[in-house]
Design a protein around this ligand. Structure first.
Ligand SMILES: C[S@@+](CC[C@H](N)C(=O)[O-])C[C@H]1O[C@@H](n2cnc3c(N)ncnc32)[C@H](O)[C@@H]1O
Length: 269
């Protein structure tokens, strides 16, 4: 395996790989559950916070129809660039580049705020949730989800990253799955003045590509891409060998099967 292999297969920027690989395998199936819980109605005004490449916003746009509006907000300009470029022109979504902790949006402007797989990354989670509360109209609803703790599949990945690449790489995976305690999440929502809080956790079965493909798709769709770029080739080979060997236990008909706990929370303003 040469380093050319990695560059040729996944040479695109992480946000492009995120949309190409992560969204179909993980983002869209989880977004479908989130939207089911949100039960959007035609005509509603929706904000997707930490929208990434916009999967939730695009699905929401179909549901609220021409009488509704959808906006997406994310701190990462690369993610928004992909979001803008792949959203059909007949799907009108306003994209905003901003941190969730200080949104350039007016008070009470939305009926529903959605946030998928994002809250764990906020540097100030209460500030982000207070902003979501501020931009909601009275009686408006928040629906969000967060994954954690890491499934066995991702625990294997974190351990192998720690062993072969280093603490920073393993730390990224830990961060992804760092917020899952339902009491802690309820406390954050309370501090942001939400009411009627409902929090439920469920195991989501995700059918992923075969182990070797999924390993590199995940790495090159995330900030891990920048970290492994600094690693030497022997370390990458060792990483692949360990992960692919240990992921055999989670294979079904050639696919890697992940059982990931997802916490979903909904609340009212
Ligand atoms: C795992 S992605 C989820 C993206 C999208 N919601 C989805 O389901 O595909 C996490 C996103 O959170 C964004 N993010 C992280 N911290 C943020 C913050 N403080 N404010 C806004 N967005 C943030 C990242 O840029 C990234 O796009």
């Amino acid at each position: 395996m040469s380093s050319q292999y990695f560059n040729e297969a996944y040479g695109a920027k992480p946000p492009e790989n995120y949309e190409r690989y992560f969204v179909p395998a993980i983002g869209k199936p989880i977004a479908t559950d989130l939207l089911c819980l949100a039960a959007l109605r035609p005509g509603e005004r929706v904000l997707d916070v930490a929208c990434g490449t916009g999967i939730v916003a695009r699905l929401a746009s179909r549901q609220v129809g021409a009488g509704g509006t959808v906006a997406g907000l994310d701190v990462n300009s690369g993610m928004l660039e992909v979001a803008r470029s792949i959203t059909p022109t007949d799907v009108p979504i306003d994209w905003h580049e901003s941190g969730a902790e200080d949104m350039p949006l007016p008070d009470e402007a939305f009926d529903v705020v959605l946030c998928q797989l994002g809250l764990q990354f906020f540097s100030d989670k209460v500030a982000g949730l207070r902003e979501m509360q501020r931009v909601l109209a009275p009686g408006g609803r928040l629906v969000l989800n967060i994954p954690g703790p890491a499934s066995q599949t991702f625990a294997v990945l974190a351990e192998a990253l720690e062993r072969h690449i280093g603490t920073q790489a393993a730390g990224f995976v830990s961060h992804v799955f760092s917020l899952y305690n339902t009491s802690e999440i309820r406390q954050l929502l309370n501090e942001a003045n939400f009411r009627d809080i409902t929090i439920r956790a469920h195991n989501k079965k995700l059918t992923l590509p075969p182990p070797k493909e999924f390993l590199w798709q995940y790495v090159y769709s995330t900030p891990l891409a920048g970290i492994v770029a600094e690693a030497d080739e022997q370390a990458l080979v060792a990483l692949e060998q360990e992960v692919v060997r240990r992921w055999q236990a989670f294979q079904e008909n050639g696919s890697l099967v992940d059982q990931q706990r997802i916490v979903a929370a909904s609340a009212l303003k």
